[in-house]
Design a protein around this ligand. Structure first.
Ligand code: ZN
Length: 482
């Protein structure tokens, strides 16, 4: 009798937990490649505070920075304060599909102000809307008016994105510089911040809507524009979006995703790389990104790098991001591993800083081991004597982008690019271009190499600036030859 009873009890528990676990999703918005839904059965209201489970389903997969696995659904339990318009996400679940959970996280952190036009804003307006027949009907009307304005705003941003995109296709450098936010460092933290697209003309700002005076203590539903808080004071953008739940992919981002080419200015600028393609997510979320400002290295006896660079014919191409050169049969070995020289390319100005100092240019010699490990030897270039190997390369600069030149009888010796001194800095980092892959061993030669004024000017004609801004070192261990 007892076992049978247990089975029934278990079945009962299972059935009830199953019904409790199956959310009943209600669609509140579908646009720009994503769907936002709420599960109203989870709604808990305490005064002005509403806690609810919501989810976003993306049209395009994103890669999870922690696991490297794609996901399309983000579920979040978030607490919204209808009075202060603050939100705090408590728990987030990443899913590949309805049935496959990738991972779950409890979100530490504080309440953050909800910016207008974001996914959170959508949810907040939905859950904070007064029930029907509420005496605050006027406020509701104002809220809806704000919603219409929001929709108009979204459509306008979409047009601006399309226009921006055309401009980018035409010529990346044509995109107005004014649209780039200056603080790139802050951008790295705020990976989900909306793209800095300035629409050609601003509509009447949401802040100028007539604000309906609600009775003291009641919720005010007037829509505020993103840059404003209650008192009309400018809101400070949070340093990171850990407290935001759904704001993984703002509308403007999904509109750009996969359609704007990465570059150094305009919509494709470094601050937006992570948002241009799902594969670039680590550009924003990575903790071992490059370049960095090299300082506070520990001085030790570093093993000399055994360069086995040999003279070789070469292939040179202007790939739209830099001048890239391939040679054959060159490698180096370090700590028992051999890395084959894969690609030589140039940056102006140099990407790595040395104690805050920036050099005119740098050369990156990208190597790969048989196992696929990447090691980059970086050379710092300073103004001085003409460099014969670089002159040979410049002599054969291609006339067209993406059209390689391969002179049959001309030879360069990459070994002659290296400085006399064997001293170097070394640390772990990433590729400095999308997809910003980490796990790259960096070797920065300490002694700069000279290039002439004229040689720098020639490169500048092609690439005035192709350096990614400096990234946070995050307590990285840097070793240097003493
Ligand atoms: Zn590079």
């Amino acid at each position: 009798m007892r076992p049978l009873f247990l089975v029934f009890a278990l079945a009962g528990t299972l059935a009830s937990s199953l019904s409790a676990a199956a959310p009943s999703w209600q669609n509140i918005s579908t646009d720009a490649g994503r769907r936002i839904e709420l599960d109203r059965t989870t709604l808990k209201r305490t005064g002005n505070v509403v806690e609810i489970l919501s989810r976003v389903t993306l049209e395009r997969e994103l890669l999870d920075a922690q696991t490297g696995t794609p996901y399309r659904i983000i579920e979040a339990t978030t607490r919204y304060d209808c009075a202060t318009r603050n939100a705090k996400t408590i728990r987030r679940v990443y899913r590949q599909s309805d049935k496959e959970t990738l991972r779950e996280e409890m979100v530490p952190g504080v309440e953050l102000p909800v910016r207008g036009g974001t996914l959170d804003d959508r949810v907040l307006r939905e859950v904070c809307r007064p029930p029907k027949g509420d005496p605050l009907a006027l406020a509701k009307a104002a809220n809806e008016a704000a919603g219409d304005l929001q929709a108009a705003n979204a459509a306008m941003i979409k047009n601006a994105v399309a226009a921006d995109q055309q401009a980018v296709t035409k010529k990346v450098a044509d995109t107005p510089e004014a649209s780039i936010r200056p603080n790139l460092k802050a951008q790295v933290g705020a990976s989900s911040a909306p793209l800095p697209i300035s629409p050609p003309s601003q509509p009447a700002s949401a802040g100028s809507l007539p604000v309906v005076k609600a009775p003291a203590g009641a919720t005010q539903y007037a829509q505020r524009s993103s840059g404003q808080t209650r008192g009309g004071k400018a809101a400070t953008r949070p340093a990171n979006s850990a407290g935001y739940m759904l704001e993984v992919l703002p509308a403007s981002v999904s509109a750009l995703s996969g359609r704007v080419a990465w570059g150094y200015e305009g919509a494709g600028a470094p601050a937006n790389w992570a948002q241009l393609d799902a594969r670039n997510v680590v550009c924003a979320s990575g903790k071992r990104q490059s370049p960095i400002d090299i300082r506070d290295g520990i001085k030790v006896d570093l093993e000399p790098i055994r360069f086995d660079y040999r003279p070789s014919t070469f292939r040179i191409v202007d790939n739209g991001h830099t001048i890239s050169v391939n040679v054959g049969d060159s490698r180096f070995s370090l700590t028992g591993k051999t890395y084959e020289l894969d690609d030589i390319h140039f940056h102006r100005p140099a990407e790595m800083l040395i104690n805050g100092q920036r050099h005119e240019m740098s050369i990156h010699l990208v190597h790969r081991s048989l196992e696929g490990a990447v090691a980059v030897v970086a050379l710092l270039l300073e103004r001085g004597a003409e460099h014969p190997e670089i002159q040979t390369l410049w002599n054969y600069l291609p006339l067209e982008k993406n059209t390689p030149v391969q002179p049959p009888k001309v030879v360069i010796n990459p070994g002659r690019l290296l400085p006399e001194s064997a001293q170097y800095y070394t640390f772990m980092g990433s590729l400095t271009t999308p997809p910003c892959t980490e796990g790259v061993t960096w070797i920065v030669m300490k002694q700069p190499v000279q290039v002439s004024d004229e040689q720098i000017r020639i490169f500048s004609r092609l690439y005035r600036n192709n350096a990614r801004p400096v990234q946070a070192a995050n307590e990285r261990l840097i070793k240097e030859s003493r």
